[in-house]
Write a protein that binds this ligand. Structure first.
Ligand code: PHE
Ligand code: ZN
Length: 878
């Protein structure tokens, strides 16, 4: 590996910039290959910086045309320039104006950072360090300036011109086919929130009146002809704005709010001030093309980016180590929004499923890092499940510990103090410490210590003393750079459930008024009094902390919780825990008692019969077994994916057989009538019905195939159509192949639907799938340069297909390695993300482990790897 890409940035080295920027005027003349950018920047020395320091501006692949200081062109001996930086050794000690002209080529920009083209439109992506690909700049988030942007383009090519802030002026460039628009953003912002768009776009719009009565024009821009597919996103935006006013007292602050959907985008979406840019898969939806899950994601991501206006934009990050300050907090806010708009327990279970699948996995891998990392080589590699999802869990724990009212008071104080600043995690916690008078320094360890804590609990009932004691013990495994761990401050929301389901009379002085025990030492015990018979403890209700729990309840007691717990999360968890026990035993070849499988199946049947219709979405989650990846993570070492696959198939078959009667009944009675609606209740009925279909097919492939074929033909919406095709993919044969072919043909002009089609095929757990995937790379709709296509086909193969990616002959690993190298030449960020599929390699059994290691080493030894890929591959091998 090249050594010059190894430069490490450290939190402890932070120091204020030597110069500040007050105002930026950008003049951008859009052209497919020769876009001219003139930046006029009002700067001054920072009183907190070093006197006499040179002015060093960041660049990335830039081509400097001219530079002037206070209007006077600089001669070549007055500055030093390279594509990566522009240095002026003797910058004035007074305020000054720097004028910089650069030329960039948006068509050649395949990294999708800076200014690039997507489907012929111009757009930008500047987070984290993309602004330096537009002009030389102090490209760091603590440099906040007021921006005015003039955009000029051919009227034909780009009739729509959008920038940050409010529109000021627009018109024709005299005597030409060109036109221009000027945008002004009065709110000082860091460069990563800069954006502009130029293109041929259709729009939907409406007016929103804020809580103080100001009118805001909301608009969503999409590919012409797809306007009606943006209606749901527009509705979600309006609901998000109202919710943030109601729940957090936060009002919007510009005259317009624009969203643009683009088809080439590295991430989900971006919160640029007043001009959010979205991956089109998180905007476009119609019943014919989007599933219930797509609608839910659109709602959540629209909300997420909108919420950033306060948590991210008005209050931004001092440096990139503080990324969780905006991301963790904003994920928490979007999760709360979705919970309020939908079913809270169902949403909580979905959140925890992703947290475990992605963040717990990351925490146990060579890529484990703290929520606030202390060093990085490439910041793009830290937009992770840990920063986002575990970051959100920390905010939730804080709220659990201090209570709802103090949480809101703390948030208000945080906004009041930090508005218009670039803040730190300390500023955030400081607001809560101040409103509550609590010392949060121990709690702050959640930001620093990586790894998932394990909490082991043992219960002791003393019938004579009528007490029930819970002994707690905690420990966190070593992670890279952190061999020794301290005790964490873990909020345990808990209660006791009597064996017969009636509420146990719980009195325990260690619980707060909300039933939360703060477990903040390595060991601790709490005792309940007046407990006459042995109760079942229900711990970590609502998943009150991101930890792994070891509590050896007998299966019968788990079934008591499934049946009687008042906490819906723990009812679901009880079924999962029992299923996981059986699955791991089967997969390890340990004899699982048939009676236990029957007991679980029986409990699920009676759960279905009794409770499924109360909340069908919840029931669908209860009857769905842990995934193969979940089981692999639970086993943790010497993993054999084939054995896990067999175990899970066997369990699905057994449960499907035992429950065939209620499954068939629900499948028949839940069928949809009336027009499609994406609301949570309707989606819940569809998800239960499709979970039933899946189990029926596992029990009896013949029946399953017939039902799935009928559903595929008659479905009125993409949710049901895709679910039936998904069931068919588990049933080899010509019926499946024809169904796949027809579906592909029907949606040949719908790239976002073909993505789902790629994903289903890439996930088929059979020999031959790798060949299928390489074949599909030749499909006319596939493109190695489009992130959505690459992730749907290749990302899904590597992340979802446990058995085929982890083929014992190493072919899956070699395939991914070759793709990573190919993609790295075009789009390093995308390549690095694909490469994280290897993060589980150390937990595989030895044959696979050595195959994976060879594939990783073959990447590591390549010259000219990007910093993104170089960083991931070297940490994966450490
Ligand atoms: N900040 C974006 C978000 O809302 C994510 C993102 C990061 C998008 C980097 C593009 C580039 O989460
Ligand atoms: Zn975000």
């Amino acid at each position: 590996m090249r050594t010059d890409t190894q430069q490490i940035v450290r939190l402890e080295d932070y120091r204020p910039s030597d110069f500040l920027i007050d105002r930026v005027e950008l003049d951008v003349k859009l052209h497919p290959t020769e876009t001219k950018v003139v930046a006029t920047v009002a700067m001054r020395p920072n009183p907190e910086g070093r006197p006499d320091a040179p002015l060093v501006l960041d660049g990335d692949e830039l081509n400097l045309k001219a530079v002037a200081l206070n209007g006077r062109p600089l001669s070549t001996d007055e500055f030093e320039v390279s594509p990566q930086s522009l240095t002026i050794a003797q910058a004035p000690r007074q305020p000054f104006t720097l004028t910089i002209e650069t030329e960039i080529n948006p068509t050649a920009n395949t990294k999708l950072m800076g200014l690039y083209r997507s489907s012929g439109n111009y757009c930008t992506q500047c987070e984290a360090e993309g602004f330096r690909r537009i002009t030389y700049f102090l490209d760091r988030p603590d440099i906040m300036a007021v921006y005015t942007t003039r955009i000029e383009a051919d009227r034909e090519d780009a009739p729509v011109l959008l920038g940050n802030g409010n529109p000021v002026e627009s018109g024709t460039v005299d005597g030409s086919d060109r036109h221009f628009a000027v945008w002004h953003d009065p709110h000082p912002k860091p460069s990563y929130l800069f954006a502009l768009v130029g293109g041929r776009l259709g729009r939907v719009s409406k007016t929103f009146t804020t809580m103080s009565g100001r009118a805001v024009d909301l608009a969503i821009y999409v590919e012409p002809g797809k306007e009606s597919r943006a209606d749901y996103a527009l509705d979600a935006l309006e609901r998000s704005m109202r919710w943030d006013e109601k729940v957090f007292g936060r009002e919007y602050d510009l005259d317009v709010f624009n969203i643009v959907a683009v088809s080439d985008f590295n991430m989900g979406a971006m919160e640029n001030k007043g001009l959010n840019i979205f991956n089109d898969k998180y905007v476009l939806a119609s019943p014919e093309t989007a599933t219930d899950m797509d609608y839910a994601h659109i709602e959540a991501i629209i909300a997420h980016e909108y919420f950033h206006n306060w948590t991210g934009n008005r209050v931004t990050c001092r440096d990139w180590f503080q990324l969780c300050l905006k991301e963790g907090l904003t994920v928490f806010r979007d999760q709360e929004f979705s919970s309020d708009e939908r079913s809270r327990p169902v949403h909580r279970i979905a959140e925890v499923k992703t947290l475990r699948a992605r963040q717990f996995l990351e925490d146990s891998s060579p890529l484990a890092h703290p929520v606030r990392p202390t060093q990085y080589r490439e910041i793009n590699n830290f937009y992770t499940a840990t920063v986002y999802e575990k970051g959100a869990e920390i905010v939730r724990m804080l709220k659990t510990i201090i209570g709802e009212a103090d949480f809101r008071r703390g948030m208000d104080l945080y906004f009041e103090r930090c508005d218009g600043t670039a803040a730190t995690v300390e500023d955030f916690l400081g607001a809560f410490a101040d409103v509550t008078g609590r010392d949060l320094s121990h709690f702050a360890r959640w930001y620093e210590q990586s790894g998932t804590p394990r909490v082991t609990v043992k219960g002791h009932h003393d019938p004579d003393a009528k007490t029930f004691r819970l002994d707690f013990e905690q420990g966190t495994p070593p992670t890279p750079g952190q061999p020794k761990k301290d005790a964490m401050a873990i909020p345990v929301a808990l209660g006791l459930v009597a064996q017969d389901g009636t509420l146990a009379n719980t009195a325990c002085e260690r619980l707060d008024s909300r039933g939360v025990f703060l477990f903040d030492k390595l060991t601790d015990s709490i005792t309940f009094t007046d407990v006459t018979s042995r109760p079942v403890p229900s711990l970590f209700r609502g998943f009150s902390a991101p930890v792994k729990l070891s509590l050896d309840l007998p299966n019968e007691e788990l079934l008591v919780l499934l049946r009687h717990d008042t906490d819906a999360f723990n009812r679901w968890q009880a079924a999962q825990t029992m299923a996981m026990r059986l699955l791991t035993a089967l997969a390890k070849g340990i004899h699982a008692d048939d009676r236990d499988i029957d007991a679980l199946a029986g409990a699920l049947c009676s759960f279905m019969a009794r409770d499924a219709l109360d909340d069908p979405a919840f029931a669908a989650l209860v009857v769905t077994l842990p995934s193969e990846a979940d089981v692999a993570q639970e086993i943790g070492q010497d993993v054999d994916p084939d054995a896990i696959h067999r175990a899970r198939s066997q369990m699905r078959h057994r449960i499907g057989r035992s429950c065939a009667e209620p499954l068939q009944r629900f499948y028949d009675t839940l069928s949809d009538s009336g027009p499609y609606s994406p609301d949570a209740a309707s989606a819940g009925r569809r998800s239960l019905r499709n979970a039933c279909l899946d189990l029926l097919a596992a029990a009896d492939p013949g029946t399953g195939e017939a039902l799935a074929v009928r559903q595929l033909e008659s479905a009125s919406n993409m949710t049901d159509r895709l679910a039936s095709l998904s069931v068919l993919t588990t049933l080899p044969g010509s019926v499946r192949e024809e169904a796949i072919a027809r579906f592909g043909d029907r949606y040949r002009n719908e790239p976002l639907v073909l993505d789902k089609w790629f994903t289903l095929q890439a996930a088929i757990p059979e020999d031959g799938t790798l060949e299928r995937v390489t074949g599909l790379m030749q499909h006319p709709a596939f493109s190695i340069s489009n992130p959505n296509r690459v992730r749907s086909l290749i990302g899904s193969f590597a992340m979802l297909n446990q058995v085929q990616f982890n083929r014992a002959d190493g072919a899956g690993y070699r395939f991914l390695a070759s793709i990573v190298l190919r993609v790295d030449e075009l789009n390093p960020q995308l390549a690095a993300r694909l490469l994280t599929a290897f993060s589980t390699w150390r937990m595989m059994e030895s044959t696979r482990r050595s195959q994976a290691e060879q594939a990783l080493r073959s990447i590591a030894q390549k010259p000219n790897l990007s910093r993104d890929v170089g960083d991931i591959v070297s940490r994966s091998l450490e």
